[in-house]
Design a protein around this ligand. Structure first.
Ligand code: AMP
Ligand code: GLY
Length: 433
């Protein structure tokens, strides 16, 4: 099978790394890929949002399967455009991708199908949004309806801050048209877990629960990023809670999308809050998580190419999704200043040394310049390690991080710490310790 992966981040390097292990993959292409994917596949210089360019590349390189990484091309209809050319693609159609591309659509969909999520209201009028905020006793979470690269949700500390957020999005249009319509919803309390599932339009196979670390600094302080690290499986989601999330959230979502004439094929990513009343949906994404994917795929004991092909063709073999025992941790090394401004073009040293310590180093913002690996983005590397215990995986990943250097490199030092703390509390979960 000739496979084309769309995207250029750590998630796409992890997908390519796992696809490379499949005996069913003869040729692997990335559009546009990064410095890491260049050494295991062929990078094609087509941007991930260039829909006609991607369709042309898939045709020219005779791709049997296109795997779409990021949300933007899905929301722009890449899978639909490929289908018109008879090219099989893994990912939802534009209509199905609305679960991520419109938060108002997602919330109304959940209401229609009784899927647990925070109570909410949708507003397209500034004055009405403000009156609603003023009628509340607690500040609501303020969310831009459209795609906003992870910047679309604001959790205000007071009613005044909520009003300010509404003004910035609706009047100042800080996120452009994404903030023309807003979702205002009740704030939920609990641990956050990402539960992803492979879907073929009617059946689904959940992946292991993972936990992301969105804030840039330790102890979840500082501004939100794309994700500073992840680990799996997340002990916060017990088997019983996962069963409940599958029964009350994932299955009704796939069923509902089918009933509404927009069957869901691809990865359904449910960002969940584990509340006292059970798991509730914070958001849906229509793609693999980044960096959750880097922490999930090293534990997958299955042929990824076959699974993705089966999903795209509506014939997922749920039983084939198997996992090895143990834990996986991915620590993101970012450019100094990220998620604000940062420099690029800085030489990166020590990747091979980290690999020699047993780490898998997934590249995100890297490229080659005159034979030297250099930084080219905010999130630069995802240093990843597997261990029999969570502690072992954490220690191994951080040993890899210490072996790598580039000017201004920044990383969190507490990736997986919440999981470790929980493991210690749940002494009965022997495999955690
Ligand atoms: P979203 O883009 O909707 O996932 O929101 C980004 C982040 O905002 C989430 O990862 C949560 O940390 C936080 N968040 C979103 N919705 C809520 C909510 N209803 N209650 C509490 N926190 C939330
Ligand atoms: N890790 C968060 C996301 O992929 O949206």
């Amino acid at each position: 099978m000739r496979v084309l992966v769309v995207g250029s981040g750590g998630r796409e390097h992890a997908l390519a790394w796992k696809l490379r292990q499949s005996p069913n993959v003869s040729e692997l292409f990335l559009a546009p890929g990064n410095g890491g994917t260049a050494s295991i596949a062929r990078n094609i210089p087509v941007k991930a949002d260039d829909i006609p360019g991607l369709v042309r590349a898939a045709r020219e390189h005779r791709a049997d399967l296109v795997v779409v990484g990021p949300e933007a091309p899905l929301a722009a209809g890449l899978v639909d455009a490929l289908a018109e050319e008879g090219i099989v693609a893994f990912g939802p159609t534009r209509a199905a991708a609305r679960l991520e591309s419109s938060k108002a659509f997602a919330k109304d969909f959940m209401a229609r199908h009784s899927i647990p999520t925070a109570p909410y209201r949708v507003f397209a009028d500034y004055e009405q949004a403000c009156s609603y905020v003023l009628s509340l006793t607690q500040p609501p979470v303020v969310k831009a309806d459209g795609l906003a690269a992870g910047k679309g949700a604001i959790v205000p500390g007071s009613i005044q801050e909520a009003l300010e957020a509404v003004r910035r999005l609706m009047v100042e249009q800080e996120l452009g048209t994404a903030g023309t319509t807003l979702v205002l919803e009740e704030r939920l309390q609990g641990q956050e877990v990402s539960l992803l599932a492979l879907c073929d339009g009617s059946t689904l196979a959940p992946l292991l629960p993972a936990q992301d670390h969105k804030a840039v600094f330790d102890n979840d302080e500082g501004p939100n990023t794309g994700g500073m690290g992840a680990y799996a499986p997340a002990p916060a989601m017990t088997a019983a809670v996962q069963d409940r999330a599958v029964r009350e959230i994932l299955e009704p979502t796939v069923r509902g999308m089918g009933l509404e004439g927009t069957p869901y094929r691809g990865v359904l990513y449910a960002g969940l809050m584990l509340t006292e009343d059970g798991p509730q949906v914070l958001e849906f994404n229509c793609r693999f998580g980044d960096p959750e994917t880097q922490a999930l795929l090293p534990l997958l004991e299955a042929d990824l190419a076959l699974l993705l092909w089966q999903c795209a063709c509506g014939q997922l073999d749920v039983g084939a999704v198997r996992w090895r025992a143990g834990f996986c941790v991915c620590v993101v090394m970012a450019s100094g200043g990220y998620p604000g401004q940062y420099r690029t073009g800085l030489p990166i040293y020590g990747v091979e040394a980290a690999e020699a310590l047993g780490c898998i180093v997934f590249h995100a913002g890297t490229r080659w310049s005159s034979g030297q690996l250099v930084t080219s983005g905010g999130r630069v590397l995802g240093v990843t390690a597997v261990g029999q215990t969570l502690k072992e995986a954490i220690d191994r990943a951080y040993a890899g991080v210490r072996a790598i250097s580039f000017e201004g490199a920044h990383f969190r030092t507490d990736i997986g710490a919440k999981g470790l703390q929980l493991c210690r509390q749940l002494a009965s979960e022997r495999r955690c310790t």
